[in-house]
Design a protein around this ligand. Structure first.
Ligand SMILES: NC(=O)c1ccc[n+]([C@@H]2O[C@H](COP(=O)([O-])OP(=O)(O)OC[C@H]3O[C@@H](n4cnc5c(N)ncnc54)[C@H](OP(=O)(O)O)[C@@H]3O)[C@@H](O)[C@H]2O)c1
Length: 224
């Protein structure tokens, strides 16, 4: 990337997007494009096409999406699959139409099968059933990765994907109904310490029931 490149960071107010903007600015990139959800709903193909034709970014970081942990995935499956499939479809297609030089799409480690052996390698993609508690999100994420591969294969676009593991950091979401696992654990242990509690409730899939689509609430042993 050149410091003069016009760089669109989609999802710049989120955990990943805001960290990307801070890093790009620190590295001397000054031509950074951002648009809030109110200014540009990334699910709207016509609006996204207009934006890309007008702004003509050279580079795109696609860090926008509907994300969350077990609770959000379980209670809002339609939003997770619909929003995420639309967001990457619009941005990838508009990037192709407007001649974006490079696009980075962010996948997720949840794309790999529930029973993937550790450490997980790329070859395990699509080799087994997904974790049921986040399969809607995972299906959308897999389609985003395949979308980038398809545009690369058919049109020669330099669109790539990276699979972050569970992330946490400044400006994270600590809301227990919608946060990812690490910020949720930080919040729960912080609250427990402040309250002097002897137990913390951890959520996760019940590994004893291989075919269960239910998540199980696990009371952990007393924490010190
Ligand atoms: N956090 C993790 O642990 C983790 C792990 C693996 C992969 N990822 C991936 O990394 C990416 C970013 O995750 P994150 O944790 O940074 O999420 P986040 O903090 O929730 O941020 C998501 C961003 O997307 C924007 N957005 C959502 N829907 C939009 C829409 N329809 N139009 C325009 N903007 C929209 C949000 O805008 P508003 O600010 O307006 O809401 C927000 O800025 C996602 O693709 C996620 O799958 C995250």
């Amino acid at each position: 990337m050149r410091t003069t490149d016009k760089i669109f960071v989609a999802g710049h107010r989120g955990l990943v997007g805001s960290a990307l903007v801070r890093r790009l600015q620190a590295d001397g990139f000054q031509n950074i494009l951002t648009a809030s959800r109110d200014e540009l709903d990334l699910r709207n193909q016509a609006a996204v096409n207009d934006y890309f034709q007008r702004e003509r970014p050279d580079i795109v970081f696609l860090a926008a999406g509907t994300v969350g942990g077990i609770m959000a995935n379980s209670t809002r499956p339609a939003e997770f699959i619909y929003d995420n499939m639309l967001i990457h479809a619009t941005v990838v297609h508009a990037s192709y139409l407007s001649g974006v030089r490079k696009l980075l799409y962010l996948g997720s480690s949840c794309i790999y099968p529930r029973q993937a052996h550790q450490p997980i390698d790329e070859a395990q993609l699509l080799t087994g059933p997904l974790e049921p508690t986040n399969e809607w999100y995972a299906i959308a994420k897999i389609s985003g990765i395949k979308l980038c591969q398809a545009y690369r294969q058919q049109y020669g676009c330099d669109f790539i994907s990276a699979m972050p593991t569970n992330l946490y950091g400044p400006f994270d979401n600590f809301d227990l109904t919608s946060s990812h696992v690490v910020p949720a654990l930080i919040r729960k242990f912080h609250d427990a310490k402040l309250a002097g509690a002897t137990q913390v409730e951890i959520w996760g899939p019940d590994r004893r029931c291989a075919n269960s689509s239910m998540s199980k609430i696990w009371p952990t042993p007393a924490c010190s």
